[in-house]
Design a protein around this ligand. Sequence first.
Ligand code: F2R
Ligand code: MG
Ligand code: MG
Length: 305
Amino acid sequence: MIEKSKFVGCFKGLAIGDALAASYEGGPVERLLWRFLGRTKTGQRRYTDDTQMSIDIAQSFLTQKHMDQTHLAHTFAQSYRWSRGYGPSAASLLKGIKSGQSWESLNRKKFAQGSMGNGAAMRAPIAALCCLGCEDTLSDYVHKSAEITHAHPEAIEGALLIANATRLSLKDVESIGILQALCAGAVAPIYKFRLSKCLDYVVSGKALPMQFIKTEFGNGMLASESCITALYFAFTYRRQSFSDMVQAICDLGGDADTIAAMACAIWGACNGGLSMIEYDNRIENLALVEQLAGQIYLHYQDRIG
Ligand code: F2R
Ligand code: MG
Ligand code: MG
């Protein structure tokens, strides 16, 4: 049986990583903007779209008890606020849903195959939590939660990779075993290539220079430019300090909040939430995040009897 602390660590890790790395995302304009938006009135670090959409997945699951794409699409749309820093096509899709259009009519409107941004992968750890205990539903659940906003096969595969890495981390599978399993199941050539390199580097245990990590795995907003980067950090730092991992991701820059959200969720799934207590009063709404993780855990307990 998986401990509750691992569920809490996964969800809190996602929110903490997102909030701490948000001011390192993007170029000078985005960083400057976040200096004005990045704190609550009481001085806590604000989280971004990564955490908000993860909260939406949790709340929709806890209300509906199963994957209901229409309900989830409306939950995403109702939570949308420009000040959370959503991706541009995600923002216009969510505004379209809010104005009464269906997600099915919008998710291939801007790009013929749909968005291949990392916006589905960034919330995939929480989809994985919702499926623990009946894991044969995981692929379908992640696919359906992703395609509302991200129909492109690379966005969906990125979400599946992050969800499966989370699931296996919760179960204490060793990092090499997790990466081997992900390599064996990879479909898109870019993921096969980057995963096999990631496996080699994690096996070698050597710290890689930042520029090299950027060239090998990417640090951009596409799923293919950020998911393997997050896996590299999560498994390289698995037995090291959480704050050192977050600092390294901030130093890498680019899509730092999202790489941190995914890596920190997996780190938390491996190590549990106790080592994150120091952040409790420093990050917006962590009590809600912890409460949602606890409620999802109750469903897991019910399922496994
Ligand atoms: N939006 C942000 N940050 C704003 C600052 C970023 C900065 N300008 C920068 O360039 O680094 N952060 C949040 O958005 C990311 C998640 O994005 P999501 O939800 O995937 O959004 P979207 O709009 O669907 O995709 C992002 C961009 O990817 C490119 N793209 C997507 N699909 C494409 C396709 N089929 N063909 C070509 N390009 C495609 C577009 O440029 C999209 O705008 C996270 O970082 C989150 O923190
Ligand atoms: Mg974000
Ligand atoms: Mg981001």
